[in-house]
Design a protein around this ligand. Structure first.
Ligand code: 5AD
Ligand code: SF4
Length: 456
């Protein structure tokens, strides 16, 4: 689906069969990509006269923006839909839709299994949402709509839609994934990898900055395989944003170790402090044998080599990673390799998960699946091992003064909060007029994920 805001507005005017002043509630699961898609849905629906509400009982339209990356995703959708049964009994005109990765994956199965669901739409069909809802309304109570086709041949031309851009805002630069890691459902739920044209991304950043954004996070399943229409790669895009826009900070997520190269590291190093000193670089496993079975495209040694290159060029870099335990065939020794890699690399944060078989994926067919109890045990031991690493790393922050970009204010506690370049969440007392400003904060208490400080 390709669309500028103007096209979308025109499209939605045509579809103004939609009644005025309805209320929508969107329930969001999963990654930043989904959070960003929800924001897009709200923006599109606002154009179609839907205003957002914060609880489902106030809504005329409920959308579940689902995630299927791990464990029982379909079950979660049915259980949430089930909770809305009473609302639907009270108001038969209430519409319930399912979007996101479960919508893409399950399509009409969802409707077949739950009569409460009125429409289903896929990850490539978000911009059709107003017309999907209009069709659902036209078809009356009991009418069903399913729109979950990939538009493989269409270029990825979508302008970032944000209702009220915050101090920190996300900008999609790629979508989909062609890597086919053997555990991962994303290539099936998000489709083929596509990059937005360079100039479109630049225009978005300029516009967001003009609306008050100070920090952008470039988003994609695999941002560092970004390839623009004009031949620019991810490093070129990053440097262009750093040099040619007035945004104060740039982050990105997620990057893939196999595509992480010296050029990108050099761009990061020479554009400090604009490009943040933080890299989320998932290694998934510390065992080369398992990495091979995961089809990750790098070995343990190659990952370590990239980490050395990064640390040499950006000495204050903070790393985080994703890890899977209990991948099929993972032995105790493979698992210990993962623990040792955590200790060697020193990620300040880990996002660790038990392997769960996903539909369509190769690893789901592997015959040497690991017992659930072994996965539980390994996950607990991994977190315990990281706890020691994380606490040790956090010590360095005590007494340090960090530049914090203030993002929000908690009225009840009088707390400001914001993040450091290293993506640390810092809480401190101060006036809310500081929101959007970069301020020096001395750290008084550092935990591994959050910190407390004093405004200097
Ligand atoms: N099982 C467990 N974790 C998974 N992830 C992706 N697929 C699976 C799966 N089948 C994790 C990976 C990925 C993160 C977003 O989710 O660690 O990096
Ligand atoms: Fe999934 Fe691998 Fe693609 Fe990441 S790179 S989205 S883990 S297939």
């Amino acid at each position: 689906m390709s669309s500028s805001i103007e096209q979308l507005l025109a499209h939605n005017k045509e579809k103004s069969l939609l009644d005025a002043n309805k209320r929508v509630y969107i329930s969001t699961y999963g990654c930043q990509m989904n959070v960003n898609d929800t924001e897009r849905m709200y923006s599109l629906l606002e154009m179609a006269n839907y205003s957002p509400v914060t609880t489902p009982d106030q809504a005329d339209l409920i959308i579940i923006n689902s995630c299927s990356i791990r464990e029982k995703p379909v079950h979660k959708v049915y259980s949430e839909v089930g909770k809305y049964r009473k609302l639907k009994d009270r108001n038969p005109h209430l519409r319930i839709g399912v979007g996101g990765c479960v919508g893409q994956q399950e399509k009409e199965n969802l409707i077949k299994s739950s009569p409460l669901i009125d429409f289903v739409f896929g990850t490539d069909n978000i911009d059709l949402l107003p017309s999907i809802i209009a069709r659902s309304e036209q078809s009356g109570v009991g009418g069903k709509v399913v729109e979950a086709k990939f538009h493989h041949r269409e270029p990825y031309h979508v302008e970032t839609l944000v209702r009220n851009p915050g101090v920190a805002t996300f900008v999609n630069i790629t979508k989909g994934c062609d890597n086919f890691c053997t555990f991962c459902v994303v290539p099936y739920t998000r489709g083929r990898e596509k990059s937005r044209p360079l100039q479109h991304v630049m225009d978005d950043v300029h516009k967001l900055v003009a609306r008050g954004t100070k920090e952008v996070t470039l988003l994609g399943q695999n941002v560092n395989s970004y390839e623009s229409d004009c031949g620019a790669d991810f490093a070129d895009l990053l440097e262009k944003i750093a040099r040619e826009t007035d945004v104060q900070r740039i982050r990105y997520t997620t990057s893939h170790p196999k595509d992480f190269n010296q050029k990108l590291i050099d761009v990061m190093a020479r554009n400090q402090p604009k490009i943040c000193e933080y890299i989320h670089l998932p290694f998934q496993s510390g065992s080369t044998r398992i990495l091979e079975r995961m089809n990750r495209g790098y070995t343990r040694e190659e990952y370590l080599e990239k980490i050395s290159m990064i640390k040499a060029a950006i000495p204050n870099v903070v790393l985080s990673t994703d890890i899977i335990v209990g991948f099929p065939g993972e032995t105790e020794e493979d698992f210990l390799d993962t623990v040792r890699l955590v200790q060697e690399v020193g990620p300040e944060t880990i996002f660790a998960f038990k392997y769960s078989p996903r539909p369509f994926t190769k690893a789901a067919q592997f015959t040497d699946q690991v017992e659930e109890s072994v996965k539980d045990d390994r996950l607990a031991r991994l977190f315990a091992a990281h706890d020691i690493v994380g606490k040790e790393l956090a010590k360095k922050y005590d007494g340090q003064t960090l530049d914090i970009l203030v993002e929000g204010h908690d009225e009840d506690r009088g707390n400001l909060h914001g993040r450091s370049s290293q993506n640390k969440n810092v809480f401190f007392n101060g006036d809310k007029s500081l929101i959007g400003k970069m301020v020096p904060v001395k750290i008084t208490k550092a935990f591994s994920a959050t910190m407390r400080g004093e405004l200097q």
